[in-house]
Every structure is written in C-alpha cells, then in structure tokens.
Write a protein that binds this ligand. Structure first.
Ligand SMILES: [Zn+2]
Length: 255
C-alpha cells in the first residue's frame, strides 16, 4: 500500500509524495489504532479523526540541541492552535500507554532511510489503514526555536550557544542556516497529522502555515483556520482566552 505524505526539504519546498509503507524504517511502531480515526486511503485533505480525543506520544529518540522537556513543550505548542480552533481534544501520553495515535520523533539520517537525501527536513502524514499519524524530524538538521523576527543566527552566536563546534573567525557575522522546529512541527502535526493538505495559493506565501514552502510562521493564518474548520468544525473558545493561550507560542520558547 502507498501513503501520501508531506516531505519538507531544505530547498524550502514541501512536496507531497506517494510512498510505500515499506520505505519507512520508522513506521514499525506499536501505535496501531483501535479507535478515533476515519478509515481512508489517503490521509491528506480530509477529516481523518472523528472528533474524539487524539493522543500523541513522542519517541525517546533524542535531538541533541533541544532537551526532551523542551521538545515536548514545542510539540504541545505546535498542536495548541489546532486544538483551540476545532473540537478536537489533543493530549500527550507516554509511550507505554499503547493507544497513542500520532507518533512524533526525531531521527538521524543513519536511522531513517527516508532521510538518505540530504535535502529532507521532515516528513509527516495523517492516519489511515489502522496506522496512526506520524511526524518525523531529521535530527541532522540544526533546529533552533527562533522567532522569524529575530533574523538569522550568526555563526558566532551559534558557537557561543554551543550549536556549532567551530567557525571562521574572519567572518563572525555570517549566518548559520537554522530552522524553527515550532513552525515545521505545526505544519506537520497541527496540519498534516490532522488531515490537512497544502494551501497552494501563492498569495498565502507569508500568511499560511500550510503553504508548501517553509516560511517560519508560528500562528495559523485565516486560510489555515478556515481549512481546519472545514474539516472539523469550529470550536467555541472565548477569543480572549484563546489569544492568551496562543501568546505562549511566541513567548514560551525562543532564543
Ligand atoms: Zn507539508
């Protein structure tokens, strides 16, 4: 069987691919679904959860530059707006409660066959055929939680913070390529794992998280929200409460 997934690549273009399940080394997990999803043969661009509680868990696979605690915080923030905008209830469980439905993990190129191409940042897909959704981040990439308005990180800054081991002292202000994990996790988990496809209208380039190019946005735009509402309906969360909670997306994790 094939499954359509979103692949994020370093040239910033996110592409939908049809891949065979067997191409993933990471897909053999015990998150087989028993409830909560709508059977489908292509988990993008449709409602894939039946409005019940969605459980996710993160692998124990580590990403060296972000502590496990911060990874969990970022994932929680990445799913927050989807949870507030829709009637979906999205919670984290630890791995041992086996009814987890979305698996989120970080793997290195050596451990994930699908990262064999240097340009792959991450991939993600929604649930289907009795298997849960999945988001896998390439742990060989330099993921640094950093707001888009903070600008690029200089090599000196990256060195001082311990992200890189060396740099050319003649050019301390040259920038190092980093990616904001909160944006990419929001695109993958908050969007694709819930059944959203890309929003390809070029006018949405700087305003939609689900635009098929990396743009670093941490908040959904109007089009993203409309798309989620079309799949799941709208939640009746008080606007002020929502804004207060969402302020954490900017303030909670940043360097
Ligand atoms: Zn995508």
């Amino acid at each position: 069987m094939t499954r359509q997934i979103c692949v994020h690549s370093k040239d910033k273009k996110y592409v939908n691919h049809d891949v065979r399940e067997s191409q993933f080394s990471s897909q053999s997990f015990n998150g087989t679904l028993t409830h909560g999803t709508i059977p489908n043969d292509n988990a993008l661009n449709k409602q894939v959860w039946d409005n019940s509680e969605i459980i996710y868990w993160t692998n124990d696979s580590d990403y060296e530059h972000i502590s496990l605690k911060d990874q969990e915080k970022i994932i929680k923030l990445a799913l927050l707006e989807s949870s507030l905008e829709t009637p979906l209830v999205i919670r984290q469980r630890k791995r041992k409660s086996a009814d987890a439905q979305i698996k989120i993990n970080w793997l290195k190129k050596k451990d994930e066959k699908y990262f064999k191409s240097d340009s792959t940042l991450a991939f993600g897909y929604g649930p289907g055929w009795g298997l849960g959704g999945n988001t896998t981040m390439n742990a060989d990439v330099l993921w640094i939680p950093r707001r888009i308005d903070a600008g690029p990180m200089t090599v000196k800054e990256a060195y001082d913070l311990g992200y890189i081991e060396n740099y050319n002292r003649e050019f301390p202000n040259s920038s190092v390529k980093t990616y904001d994990p909160l944006h990419t996790l929001k695109h993958e988990c908050g969007g694709h794992n819930l059944g959203c496809n890309h929003l390809t209208d070029v006018n949405l380039r700087y305003s939609a998280v689900m635009f098929p190019y990396y743009n670093g946005l941490r908040r959904f735009g109007t089009a993203d929200k409309k798309y989620l509402h079309s799949l799941y309906g709208k939640a009746s969360v008080n606007h002020k409460i929502k804004e207060n909670l969402l302020a954490r997306i900017f303030n909670g994790i940043s360097v």
